[in-house]
Design a protein around this ligand. Structure first.
Ligand SMILES: [Zn+2]
Length: 382
């Protein structure tokens, strides 16, 4: 299988052998619709190869997040016992999660069939949506820009952390970045092949060398004030675009925790990735869903580190959030002891899941503004 993505033509990645993955594992059992082909039967571009890349990625995402989530975490009730992947859902350059499963499309561009299930990063991104939905269902369809944006960031973070599960990729990325994980690398560049395919018809909609890059310097602006769309080089309020503010900070957090390790080796990088993921899990379960959600998440991550590590990684967290404008310098330095204690108690009490609208407020708006005859009722953040 591939380790992270097919790569963009002609710079395709080399497939590597992996053990046959197990899908039906606790706490995130997955399944693939249809019959399982024989492993080892074929190479890239065949259905059997696509099946086993998808299976490996589903399994790796589950193994990445499984040890980090609170006891009792399970898929959203509408998903059922196992999350089912549909590998050929139609002709499109797309993939998505809904509460019936994860759906992967394919489309032929310039003679290359781009099947999104053949990219580990895309499969791990969509599985990330399902895992965040299991932890915090309130984020799934809240009428809030920053909740949708965090969902997209969490998807890319899921791909990043799943890549960093592999010792071979940890070693490769340390060589590629010369130990500075903030740099653009194979693991910061998301979905190179899908990015290439979209670029053939929409050259400015994606990055020049991938779909999105977590190695970026996008600075927080209130998304409500941004354009609803635009070229990839600019920040817009479109959720995938705005997600880069948070995912960019997260890459810097992994890089910062890594720099704080005694040994700057692949084992130190494995620890940094796991710790950053753990602090994010602690946070998303406990942080209230408010309109300024990015800042809320940032404050809780600093508290989660205080609680778990006595604040060891506070400097890395503060620096990353300040550099992306998610926290102001004042806010990052003025989290009071009392506020930390209050947030820490919320993290200690955290329980995953809960009612879809828990903590949210029902708001009714007139449909006429949008050409609809009836009023619309939305779940709004506090
Ligand atoms: Zn997504």
């Amino acid at each position: 299988m591939y380790e992270d993505d097919p790569g963009f033509p002609p710079q395709v990645n080399m497939p590597v052998p992996h053990p046959v993955p197990h899908l039906d594992t606790h706490p995130f059992p997955t399944a693939i619709a249809g019959n399982a082909p024989q492993p080892d039967s074929a190479g890239p571009g065949t259905e059997a190869f696509r099946y086993w890349v998808a299976a490996d990625s589903l399994s790796r995402a589950g193994q990445t997040w499984g040890p980090l989530v609170p006891t009792g975490t399970q898929w959203h009730p509408q998903v059922g016992r196992a999350l089912t992947a549909h590998l050929n859902a139609g002709d499109d350059l797309n993939a998505f999660y809904d509460r019936r499963g994860v759906w992967f499309f394919r489309h032929t561009v310039a003679g290359v069939t781009v099947a999104t299930c053949e990219s580990n990063e895309i499969v791990e991104h969509e599985t990330g949506h399902a895992i965040l939905d299991a932890l915090r269902p309130q984020l799934f369809d809240t009428a809030s820009a920053e909740a949708a944006d965090l969902h997209e960031a969490f998807g890319d973070i899921s791909a990043l952390l799943s890549s960093l599960q592999l010792e071979s990729l940890r070693t490769a990325v340390l060589a590629e970045t010369q130990g500075d994980l903030e740099r653009s690398s194979r693991i910061s560049r998301m979905a190179e092949q899908l990015g290439w395919a979209i670029r053939q018809s929409h050259p400015n909609m994606v990055d020049p060398d991938c779909l999105r890059n977590m190695s970026n310097s996008f600075f927080y602006r209130d998304p409500v004030l941004l354009d609803p769309g635009g070229p990839a080089s600019m920040l817009s309020s479109e959720p995938h675009s705005f997600s880069r503010v948070f995912s960019g900070a997260f890459l810097k957090i992994v890089a910062g925790i890594f720099r704080q390790q005694d040994l700057q080796d692949q084992a130190g990088l494995a620890f940094a990735a796991e710790m950053a993921g753990q602090l994010l899990v602690d946070t998303v379960v406990a942080a209230p869903v408010v309109s300024a959600y990015y800042a809320q998440v940032a404050g809780h991550m600093i508290t989660a580190d205080q609680r778990r590590n006595g604040g060891t990684y506070g400097p890395s967290l503060r620096s990353a959030f300040i550099r992306h404008g998610i926290l102001s310098l004042e806010a990052a330095t003025s989290l009071t002891e009392q506020e930390m204690t209050r947030r820490s108690a919320a993290i200690a009490d955290m329980a995953p899941g809960g009612d879809d609208a828990q903590g949210l407020t029902a708001v009714t708006i007139q449909g006429a503004t949008y050409g609809i005859t009836q009023p619309l009722t939305l779940s709004a953040p506090s």
